[in-house]
Design a protein. Structure first.
Ligand code: NAP
Length: 279
């Protein structure tokens, strides 16, 4: 029987605990609550939905979200100026810049402008560097949420062969470093990787972070492997062909209800932590 890594249920229990922590902050600080600033640039409907879901999660735990919406034509300098304003605002504890931004914007420059103590989505280069070296930093929210889910279900990682498919700065690369820090033996695969099916067949743990529906076939995954799917596509499928491994893998994240809710819970948790005690 495969274990379902139920991100939705774990996220709900994290939110219950966060609501208590927010209530304590409010008591101590004369009704002031943690504030997450969300920046949405342009009018991509999926990004707008993600930002809305993050704002809703803030409300559920008693926090506030400060919504900044900028037009599609925003320049890098304009976005940097907005980030500077939020960095300097003592009422703001965390800053989320929704990825992706329109093409004309230098996203890396904007991510790196976020002050490290407000980088609750874990997107800055210095946050990545600190995390990779095992220093204190807010982890990139999606891989940090995955680690929390694996830890909750006591999935052993030490000495295991972990294969991460995808090497993006916000998902694949930080995921690989977090698994390495947990003593897994990590392989990172990408669009130039040769022989992906054979690499995956040796994996004890597979993380799909490719962005292509059911790209990772079920028959590339060995019996008993732990399957983590970060993707979500129309039709309710992820980056892995989950339907054909459900009964023979060791554990899996459902799509939806696995990685997605954990990403949001981790972002909110890191914002509460930033309000309790800055880095
Ligand atoms: P991304 O920036 O587009 O990166 C995709 C990665 O997949 C790249 O590293 C790319 O390799 C690799 N890739 C593409 N084609 C490949 C192939 N044929 N073989 C092997 N690797 C290949 O995507 P992302 O932002 O990391 O997101 C990945 C997935 O996670 C998406 O489905 C996204 O929707 C999902 N996601 C979910 C959450 C959540 O909260 N649940 C958050 C973020 C992302 P190259 O580097 O060589 O191009």
């Amino acid at each position: 029987m495969s274990i379902v890594l139920d991100g939705k249920a774990l996220a709900q229990s994290i939110e219950t605990e966060l609501a208590r922590r927010v209530a304590r902050i409010r008591e101590r600080n004369g009704d002031k609550v943690p504030v997450l600033a969300t920046i949405l640039v342009g009018d991509d409907p999926a990004s707008a939905t993600y930002v809305k879901m993050k704002g809703n999660a803030c409300r559920r735990v008693g926090m506030e979200s400060l919504k900044v919406v900028l037009p599609e034509s925003t320049t890098t300098d304009e976005l940097v100026a907005e980030i500077d304003r939020l960095n300097a605002d003592p009422q703001v504890h965390g800053i989320l810049l929704q990825h992706p931004v329109p093409n004309q914007i230098d996203e890396r420059r904007c991510f790196d402008r976020i002050a490290i103590d407000k980088d609750v989505d874990g997107v800055t280069s210095s946050g990545f560097g600190r995390m990779a070296l095992g220093e204190h930093a807010y982890g990139s929210a999606t891989p940090a949420g995955i680690m929390q889910l694996l830890s909750h279900y006591r999935i052993p990682l030490s000495g295991k062969n972990a294969v991460v498919v995808g090497r993006s700065p916000i998902l694949g690369k930080p995921m690989a470093m977090m698994l390495l820090n947990a003593d897994a033996t990590v392989t990172i695969c990408h669009s130039r990787t040769q022989g992906l099916p054979d690499i995956l067949r040796r994996a004890d743990l597979v993380v799909g972070a490719v962005g292509k529906p059911e790209f990772i076939r079920g028959d590339w995954i060995k019996d008993g492997a732990v399957v983590v799917d970060a993707g979500y596509h129309p039709g309710g499928v992820g980056d892995i062909e989950l339907s054909s491994v459900l009964t023979r893998c060791g554990a899996y994240t459902p799509v939806p209800g696995g990685v997605g809710p954990m990403t949001i819970a981790t972002l909110i948790e890191q914002t509460v932590a930033a309000a309790e005690k800055p880095l």
